[in-house]
Design a binder for this molecule. Structure first.
Ligand code: UDP
Length: 218
């Protein structure tokens, strides 16, 4: 890529709620198509894009755990499977507009996608393919935000870009408080002291130790 570009390799976190758009269905094809187009405009500049996809539009482990006798680990495995559904949907959409895309899962589902192999993921990126990381970290009790921070550090991406359906980080939840303030910039310390829930603490700590963090919306 042009050396004047700020980043050469980025990690985009697409949350499940961003995929749902404002539709009643779990996934809005208009949203996946618009993500695919935006990613394509970035890869065409020679910038490498890896994606970690969430699953909250389909299933969130923590909200189900406890109900109907579902233990947290089982609920989280279902949540991780939900991210695989989103990943395959996104992959199919990207390939329909000509973007070569590979899905890698954190646990084996070899008939459906490649297993996560760090060096192989990096190779795909170097060849201009988009890599979608699915099934989070592969471990219950974690989130896909943490998976984003982890994969970003592993593949030496320079930044985590988080795509949700809010236009930035607010000091409070703007859906609950219309007077919430949009924050232009914040330090890692602000996230802790102001108790901001832009990402969970495990993800924030990992980013702080390894990489930079940005936030924006779709
Ligand atoms: N999950 C998990 N381990 C991980 C990542 C995700 O157990 O490393 C499960 C967890 O149940 C979570 C669900 O997958 O609720 C969907 O992921 P997440 O809530 O992070 O998706 P998002 O909020 O981005 O839509």
């Amino acid at each position: 890529p042009n050396p004047s570009y700020r980043w050469k390799r980025v990690l985009l976190k697409v949350s499940g709620e961003a995929l749902a758009g404002d539709k009643a269905q779990n996934i809005d094809p208009k949203v996946t198509k618009s993500i695919a187009r935006e990613v394509s405009s970035v890869t065409s500049l020679g910038i490498e894009v890896a994606i970690v996809v969430g699953g909250g539009n389909i299933f969130r482990g923590a909200s189900w755990a406890g109900s109907s006798g579902l233990d947290r680990s089982s609920a989280d495995y279902i949540g991780m499977l939900a991210t695989v559904m989103n990943a395959i949907f996104l992959q199919a959409t990207m390939e329909s507009i000509g973007i070569p895309t590979r899905v890698q899962t954190a646990f084996r589902m070899s008939e459906v996608a490649e297993p996560y192999i760090r060096r192989r993921a990096v190779r795909h990126l170097e060849k201009g393919r988009v890599v979608i990381f699915a099934a989070g970290t592969g471990n219950p009790f974690f989130t896909t935000d943490t998976a984003a921070a982890l994969r970003c550090a592993e593949i030496n991406a320079e930044v985590v870009l988080k795509a949700t359906n809010v236009d930035g980080v607010y000091d409070e939840d703007p859906k609950l408080n219309p007077k919430a303030q949009l924050l232009d910039a914040l330090s890692y310390q602000d996230v802790t002291t102001k108790d901001l829930s832009v990402m969970d603490m495990t993800a924030i700590t990992l980013c702080q130790e390894t990489i930079s963090l940005l936030s924006f919306s779709t």
